[in-house]
Design a protein around this ligand. Structure first.
Ligand code: HEM
Length: 493
């Protein structure tokens, strides 16, 4: 709504409208006519007729109870009928690519006056482009799917494929060759693991944990074995289909019989001529409900073998209800004598454990980075809420107990960020094999640390937000959503 076209009212004029059926209020120098809305107000009509609210400046009361974005939703924005004469609004919505001014809401390299040895102009250009894209294209879909549990919309898949976001989430490498990244804002040759970290961070800012996995996370962990261990023919067919968003792939390792104990897997592949015949089940398979390909760890005669299995009549998936939104597409997968060519073997027969373990590094690094960015989002939410919310006559922010919690949250994200950036720098300077050899330990420790700090941050945020931290709407919406994933970030397969 263009503010300048609206009428100006004096405070006295607004005060004339303070009764049931005729109630105006002021919020941040804007005048709202709530006469007809009152009966539909989610917080009830009565609160709007209170002497301290009706016909008055209700800015403080409003921001003590609502998210700022409430006022930007079209159905509420149109309740504004004017502005207050001689007063100016202070609160402005952030532009899509704008950096938050809330302390510690952004990694320090994005904050004014800070420098970093890791990020160049290329990363800065790239970060702006990715944030803009995520806020405009991904964020709205994320909010919707998180709520209704539907899988990511194909329109968003097409757009992220056009930007080559799925390809970039696999890290730097040959799969980027000839691809235009974020409309050409950087070249494939420039792209490194810090660019990739930026993609993970910006996506995680959607603050929707189910959708984050639904956002083709299955492919981020399911495609690398094809890229690194598949035959050239298999790669030529499968990689473009997946990176262009035409087909979906997931990683199928965990079973009801064996989760983290990979060596306990019971899905069996038996060779018959030039085919594998696969029988067994897989559980907790992220994106499995809509995947076209399954990167499957199987027990074979001489150890473990990883095999690429296309969906077929003998392969069935059913959704598993989990703690987070079903938009993630978490599946139980059954293989009933599924036949696939031996040419679909990824890596050497009997050497599947190497394929599985080398894949874990990148997966853990990705999960750690997304979890950390969500923790920073929680810091931002808590800081905003602590400023807005008044209790015992002062803002939450002025209460020592709350300040101590905020400080602890900030210290944790800063510590983890520094460690993560150091490891990312090592990844930039090591080959895939060197990373497998040298970084398995550091990355596993980092993930353990970040998921642990997530738990502590979730607990602190719950105390800061009180009962709101367990409601799916309103002020505590984000805290409620991320609580589960911060509490525990298991593997995705
Ligand atoms: C432009 C005016 C207003 C609009 C558009 C509006 C809209 C909303 C919405 C959408 C909610 C649901 C929760 C959320 O999404 O944040 C809500 C809740 C609520 N609103 Fe308002 N509201 C307005 C003004 C006020 C005012 C002036 C008060 C004053 C006391 C108030 C008190 C409440 C309360 C108590 C709740 C329930 C909060 C909770 O459960 O935590 N609202 N309002």
């Amino acid at each position: 709504m263009a503010t300048k076209l609206l009428k100006e009212f004096t405070v006295e004029e607004v005060a004339q409208h303070s009764k049931e059926g005729n109630v105006w209020i002021i919020v941040d120098a804007k005048v709202y006519d709530l006469s007809r809305f009152a009966n539909m107000h989610p917080g009830g009509a009565a609160v709007l007729y209170a002497d301290s609210i009706a016909g008055k400046d209700a800015t403080q009361a409003f921001f003590g109870l609502h998210r700022q974005e409430v006022l930007y939703r079209p159905q509420y924005a149109r309740l504004q009928i004017g502005t207050v004469k001689g007063e100016k609004s202070i609160i402005k919505p952030l532009a899509a690519d704008e950096v938050s001014q809330v302390p510690y809401a952004e990694p320090s390299w994005l904050s004014k006056g800070f420098s970093s040895p890791y990020y160049t102009d290329s990363h800065r250009r790239f970060q702006k482009a990715v944030r803009n894209f995520v806020m405009e294209v991904v964020y709205p879909d994320a909010q919707q799917c998180e709520e209704n549990g539907k899988r990511i919309s194909q329109d968003v898949v097409d757009k992220i494929s056009e930007m080559n976001i799925t390809a970039m989430r696999l890290g730097p490498g040959k799969h980027l060759k000839g691809r235009t990244l974020m409309g050409g804002v950087i070249t494939p040759e420039e792209f490194d693991h810090f660019h990739e970290l930026i993609v993970n961070f910006e996506l995680a800012r959607c603050g929707t944990r189910g959708y984050m996995d639904g956002l083709l996370a299955g492919g981020i962990i399911g495609l690398p074995p094809v890229l690194n261990f598949g035959s050239p023919e298999l790669q030529a067919k499968v990689v473009p289909e997946v990176l262009d968003g035409k087909k979906f792939i997931c990683l199928a390792i965990s079973e009801a019989f064996a989760g983290s104990d990979v060596s306990g897997l019971q899905t069996v592949a038996k060779k018959e001529g030039d085919e594998w015949v696969i029988t067994g089940t897989k559980k907790w398979i992220t994106n499995g409900t809509f995947a076209d390909y399954f990167t499957v760890a199987c027990k074979t005669e001489n150890g473990f073998t990883v095999i690429l299995v296309p969906r077929s009549d003998e392969l069935s998936t059913k959704p598993i209800k989990t703690a987070y939104s079903s938009t993630a597409g978490t599946a139980f997968v059954s293989f009933d004598k599924v036949r696939v060519p031996v040419a679909n073997t990824l890596g050497r027969e009997g050497k599947g454990m190497q394929v599985i373990l080398s894949n874990f590094n990148h997966e853990r690094w990705m999960i750690a980075s997304m979890s950390l960015r969500m923790q920073r989002l929680v810091v931002e939410e808590c800081m905003l809420w602590a400023q807005q919310r008044k209790v015992f006559g002062k803002s939450l922010h002025a209460q020592p107990v709350i300040r101590a919690k905020l400080a602890a949250m900030m210290a944790r994200v800063e510590a983890a960020q520094n460690w993560l950036e150091n490891i990312t720098h090592q990844m930039n300077n090591m080959s895939y094999n060197e990373q497998s050899d040298k970084l398995a330990g550091p990355i596993a420790l980092l993930k353990q640390f970040i998921t642990r700090t997530g738990r502590e941050t979730a607990e602190d945020a719950t105390q800061v937000f009180g009962g709101r931290a367990i409601t799916k709407t309103g002020m505590g919406r984000l805290i409620e959503n991320v609580r589960g994933s911060l509490n525990a970030a298991p593997a995705l397969h």
